[in-house]
Design a binder for this molecule. Sequence first.
Ligand code: HEC
Length: 220
Amino acid sequence: MGSTRNLRKVLPALLALIAGTAGCRIDMHIQPYYRPMAKSDFFADDRSARMPVEGTVARGNLREDAYFYTGKIGNNPGDFLPFPVTAEVLDRGRERFNIYCTPCHGRVGDGNGFIPTRGFRRPPSFHIDRLRKAPIGYFYDVDTNGFGVMPDYASQIAPRDRWCIAAYIRALQLSQNATSSDVPAGQKIPSPPPQFRDIGNGATLPEIAPPTTETKEEPK
Ligand code: HEC
């Protein structure tokens, strides 16, 4: 009968264990709470949902670096990127530019996007003197706040990506206004493919057929 004796010995401990794990733990399971937007009798304004304390900043939204978020120093656009320009930054800028800006501004930023051929105002070319001289923070500001009929892209494009786009626009401006003297010594300039046209200063732009209103006959 050795096993019964053993059982008698461990039984008190076993019972204590069961009582300890299962007993009397409903205190945290049932507690008072408000359903979302429910009325409260406790607060004077009857709202159960409280406003955040004044000056509350959502996590990740402490916009300490004003230049990074506005592109401006005081009221004027600054002329530098708030982080180093690398090949990765320009690649990212090209990708985002091609997604968000080319429908109107065209791949090279000459304003020959598709949307203007359907009646939207044609944007100015980025290669006009005024915009070539514009500080880089200006492009960031236009993306962030919009300009004239152009909507802003603040909610679609994250701040860092807006800077990448601004950097890429500057690169486009340099590329579209480059001359043979900008080519490093000893490097050959390949002749442009036939679908590109010479715009006279050594740079080339893709040929885009002017919009036509005539209805063409379908080829048979
Ligand atoms: C839906 C078409 C459209 C898209 C997309 C668009 N733009 Fe524009 N953009 C315009 C038009 C139109 C203007 C001219 C607005 C005006 O004069 O009222 C303009 C003007 C500008 C200007 C020149 C402002 C000036 O001083 O003349 C900049 C810079 C610019 N856009 C940058 C961008 C960038 C960067 C993107 C992509 C993030 C972008 N745009 C996307 C239509 C667009």
